[in-house]
Design a binder for this molecule. Sequence first.
Ligand SMILES: *[C@@H]1O[C@H](CO)[C@@H](O)[C@H](O)[C@H]1NC(C)=O
Ligand SMILES: *[C@@H]1O[C@H](CO)[C@@H](O)[C@H](O)[C@H]1NC(C)=O
Ligand SMILES: *[C@@H]1O[C@H](CO)[C@@H](O)[C@H](O)[C@H]1NC(C)=O
Length: 408
Amino acid sequence: MLCSAVITFLIILAIFSQFIDALDLSGFRTSLDILEDARLDTFSLIKKYGYPCEIHRVVTEDEYVLEMHRVPHGRNNSEAEPRGVVFLLHGLLSSSAEWVLMTPGKGLAYGLADAGYDVWMGNARGNTYSRNHVSLNPSSTAFWKFSWHEIGYYDVPAMIDYVLNETGVPKIQYIGFSQGTTAFWVMMSTRPEYNEKIVAMQAMAPVAYFGNARSPLIKAIAPFTNSLETISKILGVTEILPNGLINDLAGQKLCIEEAITQVLCTNLLFLICGFDAEQLNTTMLPVVLGHTPAGASAKQFIHYGQLYKSGKFVQFDYGLIGNKRRYGTYKPPSYDLTAVKTPVFLHYAENDWLSTPKDVKKLAEAMPAAVGIYRVPLPTFNHLDFVFAINATELIYNRLIKIMSQFN
Ligand SMILES: *[C@@H]1O[C@H](CO)[C@@H](O)[C@H](O)[C@H]1NC(C)=O
Ligand SMILES: *[C@@H]1O[C@H](CO)[C@@H](O)[C@H](O)[C@H]1NC(C)=O
Ligand SMILES: *[C@@H]1O[C@H](CO)[C@@H](O)[C@H](O)[C@H]1NC(C)=O
């Protein structure tokens, strides 16, 4: 069902693209700028808007090669000034681009750099920037045998150690969005020594418990979670929605302001994340879709599907025999949320279909380290608004930066 929906969508896009190609776009200056931003990588985007940027590569214990992007300081402060260090981790199917693609004044990474932070943006294994391994090829199925469990267990600790070593500070701040928070809970429950390395954690749209998700797309996928795994095994499909698939089609001419097809792009996002026409800047859609989806493994989706069905926050379920072999128990072990000791601030929104108020409340109750819980003061605010909303700065980032300043 889902597959046919996606295929239908792609066919419609393909048909419309015939018409769009016939349009002469040279008259639209903004459109050209937007189309350029849709294609530039994170590093070039940051440079284009006048901020310093560095690329760093980190090799994990299990030999994935991850690319990090650093904005060492803002436009009006310098390297020489003492400054706090902050690590950012993106959501599912996304990359470091999500913190900058809305341009200065809107993107959180720019706001943090201008507030005096040394900003490090991680990229989880499998996305546009982290499709490398010392010996495995991303075209092999072996490369894609990971969920967000491995991102939390291997990637995040490796990137944090790298940042600590590079900057020489004893502790850093952490900001996660969606899956970027899930990976944090995984890290802290499996490697509690990392509590010593993080001074405070800001969780935007936190996801641990997932049983109350109400996205139509999740509901459509969930019943097939088990067969999805079988299907991907048979077909050898292990990567889902890599950058460049929908992006080339939708992320460019199809979603610009002048295109009649823009409504398709808008609805695709709303279908997954909740409706909020007010906070979505449709002019920026090509840029958003030029960078998202950025690739993920099928296993990441299946693992979230399992959480949705069980209502529990547990490790990957391999079935009775697989679990016994791997964990020594018939059921997958729970992640221990009481192992999180770093002060955590949860930021959630009423209209978020993935990180729902109910599940966030459940998380706050299960995790004593949750010392603050904040609702975004706009009822229509949805999941993606945390990174893309027109008013994200006023509605959430200013408060976040204020909370963080108490820990410097
Ligand atoms: C730590 O940083 C130093 C100097 O930048 C470098 O030589 C060393 O390899 C780094 N160690 C790790 C574990 O990254
Ligand atoms: C939407 O994005 C365009 C292009 O970046 C920008 O010019 C415009 O001001 C934005 N609109 C709002 C309401 O922020
Ligand atoms: C969003 O920002 C615009 C100006 O940038 C302002 O006019 C509007 O009131 C803001 N909306 C909210 C909900 O804060």
